[in-house]
Write a protein that binds this ligand. Structure first.
Ligand code: MEV
Length: 376
């Protein structure tokens, strides 16, 4: 098994890059011919980190495991930046991360409820019956330990809103939860006398949070004429501005999402749902905040990211040939492993962006690559 720490991966010929990935991820004939099909498309450019339907970021070490990460994104500089920052974080031991939970929630809106207290009692009194109806829609999920787990009742204006919590395991959860809600809705309407309104998953996935951290020896952050200490100063100033200013915080977060969306797209995930979840989470306390934090800890710059991340390895477009190939290259075993890797990529992109923003500026490296990409 090869290490993914290859500093000049982007400089290798296409043939050599494919050779490395083939060995690393044990690609077969079908995988290679799929890559070839994409390489024949008129817009394919065989330089930088492109290998076919996606580009490849190198150097990722997450929870002690090596990864080459497929990223589907038009900006080659994002992939180059992720690879560079992953190399720096590797110097500090790599990324560490985990999920704090795996539940999604769906909402059912009830209209015309006259006695809220009584309706709430009725629902909670029939909780196990409701969960049973919901779970009848997906026996397999139940068998593997997932499925509907709990209910919560809220009053929002004149509406009674039921929250159904379910563990979708390695799926994103939208189809699972929407089906459960639609199946349970007539029973809930019957016991409460309420009329059914909205019944849909919530993308505010606050019970499916991933946390990732990584650190870099300050010395390793040196960039061009700037010392590691100067780069750190720039990063901390940028962080402070993002903490107190929505204009900066949103761009800070956009840079993080450059990486996460690219992994989500390569693996056939719903990146709009992920975006919606992340930005709502960033504003959950009434003020829009950066989703990463950087601080100095002795001779290390330490970064962390904490976000809802409903990313999947089964269901929806994750079963397309392209997404399956991306998952094979990643060698991830389940959705949580994929989520930890995706959040690591986001943190890496944020480190790369803040390193240049507080020092030499973005245009030098980023726009150079972008121009080469556009002009071929
Ligand atoms: C550009 O795609 C992303 C950045 O604007 C992110 C940031 O400002 O932190 C460079």
């Amino acid at each position: 098994m090869i290490n993914s720490a290859i500093s000049n991966f982007h400089k290798f010929s296409l043939k050599k890059k494919i050779e490395i990935i083939k060995k690393f991820s044990n690609l077969g004939k079908t995988d290679l011919s799929l890559l070839k099909k994409y390489q024949k498309l008129p817009d394919f450019l065989g330089f930088e980190n492109n290998i076919g339907p996606f580009k490849i970021a190198a150097n990722f070490l997450v929870e002690g495991k090596n990864y080459f990460v497929p990223m589907e994104i038009e900006e080659p500089s994002v992939v180059a930046a992720a690879s560079r920052a992953a190399r720096q974080i590797r110097e500090g031991g790599g990324f560490r991360g985990k999920y704090l939970g795996n539940e999604m929630l769906g909402q059912l809106q009830l209209l015309g409820i006259k006695n809220f207290k009584k309706a709430k009692e009725k629902i909670l009194g029939n909780k196990y019956e409701i969960l049973k109806i919901a779970n009848e829609t997906n026996k397999f999920l139940l068998k593997i330990g997932g499925g509907a787990k709990d209910l919560e009742i809220r009053k929002v204006k004149n509406f009674l809103v039921l929250h159904l919590f379910a563990d979708p395991k390695d799926a994103m959860g939208a189809n699972i939860i929407n089906t459960m809600l639609e199946k349970a809705a007539p029973f809930i309407s019957k016991i409460t006398g309420g009329k059914i309104g909205v019944k849909i998953i919530s993308n505010f996935a606050e019970k499916r949070i991933v946390f990732v951290e990584g650190r870099v020896p300050v010395k390793k952050l040196a960039l061009g004429n700037f010392s590691g200490k100067e780069v750190v100063k720039g990063i901390l100033n940028a962080q402070e501005l993002a903490e107190s200013d929505i204009y900066r915080a949103v761009t800070h977060n956009k840079g993080v999402m450059n990486g996460i969306d690219a992994v989500a797209l390569a693996t056939g995930n719903d990146f709009r749902a992920i975006e919606a979840g992340v930005h709502s989470f960033a504003a959950k306390d009434g003020k829009y905040k950066p989703i990463t934090k950087w601080k100095l800890e002795e001779n290390f710059l330490k970064g962390e990211i904490k976000i809802p991340l409903a990313i999947a390895t089964v269901g929806g477009a994750t079963s397309t040939k392209k997404a399956k190939l991306a998952l094979k290259i990643l060698r991830v075993k389940n959705a949580q492993e994929l989520g930890v890797v995706a959040a690591s990529v986001g943190l890496a992109n944020n480190l790369a962006a803040l390193s240049v923003l507080g020092t030499e500026g973005i245009q030098k490296g980023h726009m150079k690559l972008h121009r080469e990409f556009i002009n071929g």
